[in-house]
Design a protein around this ligand. Structure first.
Ligand SMILES: *Cc1c(COP(=O)(O)O)cnc(C)c1O
Length: 356
């Protein structure tokens, strides 16, 4: 059995839209894509040509960075796009199911709902530090299950999932479902990536992004790493030209050696600032708990989260309220900022009069 047997049968042999850029390359007079022959006079870079659908240079740079072969790399508009495409590729509306473990990233369930797939929610174990319920997930897998999501470190709880357990889960899901491991925050974590395990599991997908540690959120560059058969399927159903040229150029820059050195230095600062923030916040009387974080945020439970949120907002500091996340209604998710920003956050909190 191949992972493609889990995909929608009606898509398995779809050849995909054939765009002008895919059909022909080379040449020096391009009259095949109905573009303007002139760049727009008002913009800095030449943008008159359609971009490469899957830019070769960027794919190669990403393959080198993640240490995989280029046929295991799909680049999309943020990780949101591979999440959406995986859902479309594997889930039949009204029949198939995805398993998510809330509180977690909302896009997994959102993409499933848009596609008409059923969402099976198996909560993280709140009483055990929001540990992933590996036994529960395995028991919940049914003939309808197509995608199982695991986010490590998890957003918004910040905890990393044990790699050994993820590998066991991958083994258990063979021929049954695709395991999607979202490593958006792994650059800030201690643990290793699951990328090295990709050759052993054709039904494993690892999601990475340049939006966080690489500082490119506005460029919308997300990556799915998987078996070449899965990558090929995603490429056949993706929109024709998902990646704007300026974003591809920015991503290539971000993967250059000097930029990667700067990224590593920034990650070190975020890690030490995270420890400092967590300790300072845990010492406060109005804080119930600071969840241990492997990511670039700290999630904090408060005696009066709404009042803290309002106080910070009045002073120009925006944090994320988690009041809509079951089990985290009293929590705020605070991104780790620059050292100066974090000082201002702590000073603003210190100036707050806590009602007794
Ligand atoms: C931020 C985030 C991403 C990245 O999303 P992009 O679309 O690549 O910006 C992916 N997964 C999780 C859990 C996130 O929090």
């Amino acid at each position: 059995m191949s992972v493609l047997d889990l995909a929608r049968a009606d898509l398995r042999h779809l050849s995909g839209y054939s765009s002008a850029r895919m059909e022909a390359s080379g040449g020096d007079i391009w009259l095949n894509a109905n573009e303007s022959p002139w760049p727009n006079a008002g913009v800095a870079a030449a943008l008159n040509r359609y971009p490469e659908p899957q830019p070769v240079a960027l794919i190669e740079a990403l393959a080198a960075f993640y240490q995989v072969s280029a046929d295991r790399v799909f680049v999309g508009r943020g990780s949101d796009e591979p999440i959406d495409l995986l859902t479309r590729a594997f889930c039949r509306a009204g029949q198939d199911q995805v398993i998510v473990s809330p509180p977690t990233f909302g896009m997994y369930a959102m993409a499933a709902r848009v596609q008409g797939a059923t969402v099976c929610a198996l909560p993280l174990l709140a009483a055990h530090g929001f540990a992933y319920d590996f036994a529960g997930v395995r028991a919940a897998v049914s003939a309808a299950t197509r995608l199982v999501y695991a986010c490590t470190p998890n957003n918004p709880t910040g905890n990393g999932l044990p790699v050994a357990d993820l590998l066991d889960l991958a083994s258990a899901l063979r021929d049954r479902a695709v395991l999607v491991v979202d490593e958006a925050y792994i650059d800030y974590a201690e643990g290793p990536s699951l990328i090295a395990a990709l050759p052993r599991f054709d039904h494993l997908v690892v999601l990475r992004t340049l939006s966080k540690a690489h500082g490119l959120a506005a460029a919308r560059i997300g990556v799915a790493l998987a078996d070449p058969a899965v990558i090929d399927l995603l490429r056949r159903i993706m929109p024709p030209y998902p990646l704007p040229s300026p974003c591809v150029a920015a991503a290539l820059q971000a993967l250059s050696a000097p930029a990667l050195a700067a990224t590593r230095a920034h990650v070190q600062i975020i890690r030490s600032e995270r420890a400092l923030l967590a300790a300072a916040l845990a010492a406060r009387d109005d804080v119930r708990a600071v969840l241990p974080s492997q990511a670039n945020f700290v999630t904090v439970r408060w005696r009066d989260a709404e009042a803290v949120y309002a106080h910070l907002q009045v002073h120009g500091i925006l944090v994320r309220s988690l009041r809509r996340y079951p089990g985290l209604e009293d929590a705020l998710r605070i991104s780790v900022g620059s050292p100066l920003e974090n000082r201002r956050l702590l000073a603003t909190l210190a100036a707050r009069v806590v009602p007794s």
